[in-house]
Design a protein around this ligand. Sequence first.
Ligand SMILES: *Cc1c(COP(=O)(O)O)cnc(C)c1O
Length: 377
Amino acid sequence: MSEFHIPMSQPDITERDIEAVTRVLRSGRLSIGPCIDEFEEAVRNYVGTRYAIAVASGTAGLHLCMRAAKAEDGAEVITSPYSFIASANCILYERGRPVFVDIDEDSFNIDPDAVEAALTDRTTALLPVHVFGRSARMDRICRTADRRGLTVVEDACEAIGAEFAGRKVGTFGKAAVFAFYPNKQMTTGEGGIIVTDDPNWDRELRALRNHGRAGNEWLEHHHLGFNYRLNEMSAALGLSQISRIEDLLARRARVAETYGERLAHIAGVRVLTPTAGATRMSWFVYIVRLESGMSRDNIAARMGEMGIPTRHYFPPIHLQPFFVERYGYKRGQFPVTERVSASTLALPFHTNMPEQAVDRVCRALQTAIDEETRLSA
Ligand SMILES: *Cc1c(COP(=O)(O)O)cnc(C)c1O
């Protein structure tokens, strides 16, 4: 039945990428070498920040930012329940308290009014997530933070290259984190990077990622640190990838455009479009929203039978078993998040996805929806 396999996602790896990694392997310097410095410089130039600190994963980057923001011992950090689990876990690692606020129905990002309503004397930081590569309302979020003296850390792990009001995400907060897992817009295998303009944060984050080393003494540890270093093979791959990031983003945007054209003909399906202020989207995954009344799970299962993989991005964080058990969250607490989560489906998507593959996914989606609407009629 399936004439070719359609993967959910796939990194774009060129011969030059392979050569860059191979060169590191031949050099014998596999950690703390020149590639990490060059990679950091390239990201900092691309994003437009003074500093960039490469780390072992996006999650590691978020964790270090929570440590630098002093999100410790019950300090409250306001964030989104509609995200990947790491954006809430990073707060718990420091014994801070994630305070979830509901999302805006159009952008799927935290609602600035809900942020205002959730402020308390214990609020220490705001952790907006630019979900699916579409910027949160950084104007309003930063205004709230300024007024209350709060630290803003952007979870930009899904949003490299995205812009708000013509300015790149990652330049709004005290710091921001990008991630490079293989399904992201660019990859280092595993890896992430923190960007900031603050020299004190730069110094502290560099020490924290490297066992708390601060001076030149290799065995002198000034902080309780971690080993969150990025290795040289990953940094070399990252350098090669960031050097063509605009091309990667443009090709992803083209695949998204093809999807948009095909899906315009399918009733009951809505696609992501730019929202207020989000002047440039950076395509991470391809999400569709299904009209209420259709069962997302039935449609996903039917597409699976037709050989098309899909994913449920994202189940609400507050309803993850571990959050329910430990913190007693209940269904109904964040109704917009729950409604959006129940009706969204990620379709196969990657930089080099051919038009025929997009067509096949859309045909399968049409078939699944036809069957679903017939069943529920
Ligand atoms: C990918 C991602 C991260 C970090 O993921 P790692 O796998 O640790 O690199 C964090 N937050 C969000 C929203 C993400 O999508």
